[in-house]
Design a protein around this ligand. Structure first.
Ligand SMILES: [Cu+2]
Length: 116
């Protein structure tokens, strides 16, 4: 519960921060191969640690990765590259094969769609 409040506070702070400093953050959405809760966790925790990344939200319904980032610190192409290295597709950038193969079986692209 504490974690949820922390996340909500963070989202609120980011929202307020984004409106106060309009040009400091950008938001982007990538089509991706994410399919389950484990994918969501993997992408959000790994990408969230990257430089310039302020918030990551994986939408499992739309199969997208939404990122709030600082364009002065990281570019869209670099973000796609980082997502690929985690093992997932990001728009036209295909998942790094080695990283993809290291994912849990249920998260790999060849796995059948599954529910949480
Ligand atoms: Cu998965």
């Amino acid at each position: 519960m504490k974690k949820v409040i922390g996340v909500l506070t963070l989202v609120l702070a980011l929202t307020l921060g984004a409106s106060a400093q309009k040009h400091k953050t950008d938001e982007v959405s990538f089509a991706s191969s994410v399919k389950c809760g484990m994918c969501k966790k993997t992408v959000e925790s790994n990408l969230g640690k990257e430089k310039g990344v302020q918030a990551v939200n994986v939408d499992l319904k739309d199969h997208t990765i939404n990122v709030v980032y600082n364009p002065k610190k990281v570019s869209k192409d670099e973000l796609k590259d980082k997502i690929s290295k985690i093992g997932y597709d990001a728009d036209e950038v295909v998942a790094d094969q080695k990283a993809h193969d290291a994912l849990p079986g249920c998260c790999q692209k060849t796995a059948k769609a599954h529910k949480d």
